[in-house]
Design a protein around this ligand. Structure first.
Ligand code: C2E
Ligand code: MG
Ligand code: MG
Ligand code: MG
Length: 281
């Protein structure tokens, strides 16, 4: 494309374009063996129920420890995985890991996993989820799937059908990053979501921008009227938490509540608190 546009400064862009394309291809290749090489791992970030003050579950977030490049965030490698199709294997790995982790944690705890739109092009995903739950002997209601609005566009025609089948099985579905996509309200009618997650951009600005506060309040009200749960993402300050308490938000997630942690760190916390409650009893 740059070649056709002629000589001059364009050549500079062409060179850097080539470099980033080469970079992507290299990462794509590396990603193909990352699962077998044990370079992927999940970290878990807690959800806090504002009313009870208890942890209700965790969101599983994928990480890639690259042997040369160090820790690569999902915002970098997920799009590459989607492009190459490796996302199907990654997604299945995430599901199996999350279910195995659930089997070691208390029954009242749920785990939410993020799904990419392309994963819905593979109808076998349903069977994968059922198998993972069965293998780990975990009740389906403890597993939540997080999807974004963009997944429900017509390009992924089978998404609503697959989601509805999952819901029939007892798996719950949350609408992630709510407010950042298009036509959110239409999708609320296509899939019986259990929860809406208000995008962190709204939470960040709600105490300084009145229009943002209005949006947050309306989404909480909407969720209540629809009788579904509502989670605020990206809560970082005590003032934000207090505001969300006053506006009757159900759950919060963010650095104030807890950073993403390893499964073993969280298991240790559960072990400690169960020993404490045994002593208290
Ligand atoms: P997301 O699902 O909306 O996850 C929330 C992101 O916000 C996470 O970034 C989390 O670490 C970050 N976060 C949490 N609390 C705070 C806070 O208080 N302040 C700020 N500034 N950020 C906070 P992360 O882990 O880098 O993930 C980014 C995105 O990558 C996720 O957004 C999700 O869309 C995607 N992702 C992560 N894991 C997976 C996966 O296993 N599969 C797929 N398909 N996507 C994934
Ligand atoms: Mg999410
Ligand atoms: Mg989100
Ligand atoms: Mg996001």
């Amino acid at each position: 494309r740059a070649k056709k546009s002629g000589p001059g400064t364009i050549a500079f862009f062409e060179a850097s374009d080539d470099k980033s394309a080469r970079d992507r291809r290299a990462l794509q290749r590396d990603l193909e063996r990352a699962i077998d090489a044990n370079e992927l791992f999940l970290v878990y970030q807690p959800f806090l129920d504002i009313r009870t003050g208890r942890i209700t579950g965790f969101e599983a977030l994928l990480r890639w420890q690259h042997p040369e490049r160090g820790l690569i965030p999902p915002t970098v490698f997920i799009p590459i995985a989607e492009e190459s199709g490796v996302i199907h294997q990654l997604g299945e790995w995430v599901i199996r890991q999350a279910c195995a982790t659930l089997s070691r944690w208390p029954d009242r705890i749920r785990i939410a996993v993020n799904f990419s739109a392309v994963q819905f092009q593979n109808v076998g995903i349903l069977q994968t989820i059922v198998q993972a739950l069965t293998a780990a002997n975990v009740s389906p209601h403890r597993l939540e799937i997080e999807i974004t609005e963009s997944m429900l566009i017509s390009k992924y025609g089978s998404a609503p059908a697959i989601l509805n089948s999952l819901i029939e099985l007892g798996v719950t579905v949350a609408l992630d990053d709510f407010g950042t996509g298009f036509s959110s309200l239409t999708y609320l009618r296509k899939v019986p979501f259990s929860r809406i997650k208000i995008d962190q951009s709204f939470i960040r600005d709600m105490l300084t921008q009145p229009d943002c506060a209005a949006i947050v309040k309306s989404v909480i009200g909407l969720a209540q009227d629809l009788q579904i749960g509502v989670v605020a993402e990206g809560v970082e300050t005590a003032d934000q938490l207090e505001y969300l308490r006053q506006t009757s938000c159900d759950e919060v997630q963010g650095y104030l509540i807890g950073r993403p942690m390893s499964a073993s760190e969280i298991s240790a916390l559960f072990d400690r608190s169960s020993r404490q409650s045994v002593h208290a009893a």
